[in-house]
Design a protein around this ligand. Structure first.
Ligand code: UD1
Length: 372
């Protein structure tokens, strides 16, 4: 019985690695790892395989960048051939990127059993490409594996049968817990001249934030304010770097006191930085969850989140994109009024194992089912 995993973009790698490892260690199912090539820079892709101890992909499609339609369609065309030759019994997709949707649609069209890991997250914002990817992937998935109970509730509200939904916890946190000690041994902070808790980390790449000049300018001015109070390191996503150059904002940023722009970092180096930061300033989805587990205050510079549990129980604050509001929230934290949180249930490092067991169960092999 064979599981075929699809990865494509940076946030997929840390979700698939623990599932792939658990299946390998249990030795019951066979598996194929397909990389679509949606992300292709060494710093956006290869470094994660090394850092996460994941084997190189068995198949690489080399799709690259393009419009959403082009990218999704090209992945679909190639995946159809791969599914026909590999004949998987189950296709496993994770997250909400274009490669996720492409894999889901092809599996559904070819009548192959489909599992979606990280199912049920909803921002309610249909202008967000990831929201479309989430909705459609969940619609066609046979098995919807959720990270938290709010996701189950979303799916039930959309009329998905309860028998298709399983709460397995947050698989990305498996990677974090596995790598944390190793990350803390790296000299990353020292090399940047930082001391623990005396710097902030920023990431920005969401299309709605970086493709609009006014929004991006506003966010960067709020960031400059944070940087006037403590050093900020900003690993710049390729999409964001292009926009900064196109909009002529590069020289201002380079001259901003306290702000350090660097290339995208590997998984371990980045974890070394976030886990010891005073504050994280981001529009990422995954970082909202990682900071909640690490207990680090997070300012999410978006109008909404598909991960409300990080706000309800974790350290995350969704502060929108108005610079005055962001500065106010940052000042509160830096003045010592930070939000405390706790780790959501089942974000315990065992999700990969639960998923591997479930795949065995639905494929009719392995042990008797255990509560997921
Ligand atoms: C994608 C995901 C997003 C995820 C993000 C994480 C979708 C719809 N979006 O956004 O959900 O949070 O990945 O990084 O799937 N580029 C490079 N090198 C690369 C990859 C991209 O230079 O290795 C540049 C290209 O100019 C490309 C642009 O970045 O056009 C955007 O890449 P794309 O994969 O379309 O979307 P992301 O913004 O990375």
């Amino acid at each position: 019985r064979k599981v075929l995993h699809i990865v494509g973009a940076r946030p997929n790698f840390m979700k698939v690695a623990p599932i792939h490892r658990a299946i390998r260690e249990r030795g019951v199912l066979s598996q194929t790892l397909v990389h679509t090539g949606q992300h292709y820079d060494v710093k956006m892709s290869d470094v994660f395989f090394t850092d996460l101890g994941m084997p190189a992909p068995d198949i690489h499609l080399g799709i690259g960048s393009g419009s959403h339609t082009e990218q999704t369609a090209r992945v679909m065309l190639e995946l159809e051939k791969v599914f026909a030759s590999e004949k998987p019994d189950l296709v496993s997709v994770v997250g909400d990127v274009n490669s996720t949707l492409a894999g889901a649609l092809v599996a559904a069209k070819m009548n192959i059993r489909l599992a979606h890991v990280e199912a049920g997250l909803r921002s309610g914002d249909h202008s967000m490409p990831e929201e479309i990817n989430r909705l459609l992937t969940d619609r066609v998935a046979d098995l919807l594996l959720t990270p938290s109970a709010d996701a189950d509730a979303n799916l039930l509200r959309e009329g998905i049968a309860p028998s298709r939904i399983r709460l397995v916890g947050n698989v990305m946190i498996d990677s974090l817990l596995t790598a944390r000690e190793q990350a803390l041994r790296l000299p990353t902070l020292k090399e940047l001249g930082f001391t623990p808790r005396h710097y902030a980390v920023c990431t920005l790449h969401r299309a709605s934030n970086v493709d609009d000049v006014n929004t991006l300018r506003g966010l960067l001015s709020a960031l400059a304010h944070v940087a006037s109070r403590l050093p900020v390191v900003f690993p710049v996503h390729p999409r964001t770097r292009k926009r900064i150059v196109d909009m002529g904002l590069g020289s201002t940023l380079e001259r901003t006191p306290g702000l350090r722009l660097v290339d995208p970092l590997g998984y371990l180096e980045f974890l070394a930085l976030t886990s010891q930061a005073r504050l994280v300033f981001t529009d990422s989805g995954g970082l909202q969850e990682e900071t909640t587990v690490l207990g680090i205050p997070c300012l999410t510079v978006r109008e909404n989140t598909e991960r409300p549990i990080t706000v309800d129980v974790g350290t995350n604050l969704v502060v929108g994109t108005d610079p005055a509001r962001i500065q106010q929230a940052a000042d509160l934290i830096l003045d010592g009024h930070e939000k405390k949180g706790r780790v959501p249930e089942l974000w315990d490092g065992r999700s990969g194992e639960r998923i591997a067991r479930l795949y065995e169960e639905v494929l009719g092999v392995g042990d008797a089912p255990r509560r997921a």
